[in-house]
Write a protein that binds this ligand. Sequence first.
Ligand code: GAR
Length: 194
Amino acid sequence: MKTRVAVLISGAGSNMAALIDAGQAPDSGYEVALVLSNVEGAGGLAIAAAKGVATVAIPHKPFGKDREAHERVVDEALRAAGVEVVALAGYMRVLTPWLVGGWRERMLNIHPSLLPLYPGLDTHARAIAAGDAEAGCTVHLVTEGVDEGPILGQARVPIVQGDTPEALAERVKTAEHTLYPHVLSAFCKALGRD
Ligand code: GAR
């Protein structure tokens, strides 16, 4: 039986699309059962629906500063869909310890840098400004500290002469689309053996 995964997005959802497609392979360890966004009309929701995956939008704005109240509704949707593992994919919310604790060792994130280098935003501009020879992406378990959890996998790409943050972001994203499904599938298969 494949592990039921929810993918949480805020935007375009290119990683989410890659996760759905790879999850449909017979030998994948997971299937995407739900795509959830905190942004109504997020581009990725239509893409997921077109691929036949259930979608839900739970906007955070009506909850104001009460992050946990928003998360309780998100959590309810995840549990109702029978989700076992959560994959954050461009979900641009800082999570509270309440949600992180409820999904401990069951929630993964992808971050566009070679962590522990460059947690947070503007990772590509920072890597170029530092004169780094390479950049990349990291899949890690989610813990209370932002972009801090145990690393499950990384992929590296070169930084080339005259690179722009936009060009580098595209190169990194291409690597993300292979890395994330690979790591998530292996993670879910390992869970099944516990
Ligand atoms: C990805 O590059 C992902 O690594 C990044 O947002 C992008 C989402 O793109 N995540 C973060 O910056 C989280 N801190 P996508 O919506 O096309 O998958």
